[in-house]
Design a binder for this molecule. Structure first.
Ligand SMILES: [Zn+2]
Length: 236
């Protein structure tokens, strides 16, 4: 399956051929739908048939292999026939908000010093958990630092490295909860120019200014070591 979202995160739709269709899993030969992973939720959207039929997709998940994407149709939907042509279209408003929050979490990694132990991206807000027992984090300071990086309009771009190159720089895997997939020979990095570089397979905006103003909604103590930092769009 061709993963269009990897190189074209702004692609809202693509033409595709249905490879297989079952009540809980539709597979295409190519897709713009991002499957849940790395803390980012799976996309929602619609598969438009050539005859005007609509198949609502309520979730997208990873399947059996690294390139296998499973589109989950709404319950009771009439399924498209294998071999038929569709236009796969994501709910772009929702995805773009997820891309903005996701990119903001990369900035948060740069602002807060310490290993990341978990993370979650949601619509309009996201969080990272840091293993920093002693640090006194200040909401206003972190908010100001994030908005400064957003205002500086840094370029955001993916970059591929080989497994061997990644092994030579283990600090690149500070990651939102998951290790990058190995064994394919190459690993995708996400670079926020001059700010952050780490392994990440998600979707991001192209420049930090596109995130828009944010605020730290709360900083929670989760156990002796963990500090949970929740960011949200300002004024949302
Ligand atoms: Zn990312």
């Amino acid at each position: 399956m061709e993963l269009v979202f990897q190189d074209e995160p702004y692609a809202r739709r693509c033409e595709a051929t249905v490879v297989a269709a079952a009540p809980e899993a539709i597979r295409l030969d190519r897709t713009v739908f991002y499957p849940m992973g790395g803390g980012q939720p799976g996309d929602r959207g619609v598969l438009h048939g050539a005859d005007g039929t609509r198949v609502e997709i309520v979730d997208t998940r990873r399947g059996d292999g690294p390139d296998d994407v499973v589109h989950v149709p709404a319950e009771g939907t009439a399924l498209p026939a294998a071999g038929s042509r569709v236009v796969a279209e994501i709910d772009w408003q929702r995805r773009h908000r997820l891309m903005r929050i996701h990119t903001c979490l990369h900035l948060l990694c740069a602002v807060v010093e310490g290993p990341v132990t978990g993370g979650q991206i949601g619509d309009g807000r996201g969080r990272l958990d840091f293993d920093i027992p002693e640090a006194a984090l200040d909401k206003a300071e972190v908010t100001a630092a994030l908005n400064r990086l957003i205002g500086e309009d840094h370029v955001v771009r993916p970059r591929w490295v080989t497994d061997a190159e990644l092994d030579a720089q283990p600090e690149l895997v500070k990651t939102m909860a998951v290790k990058p997939p190995r064994g394919e020979g190459r690993v995708r990095l996400l670079e926020v120019e001059g700010v952050d570089l780490q392994a990440c397979g998600g979707t991001h905006v192209a420049r930090t200014s596109e995130i828009g103003p944010v605020e730290v909604a709360k900083i929670e103590k989760k156990g002796r070591h963990n500090r949970r930092v929740v960011v949200a769009f300002a004024g949302d």
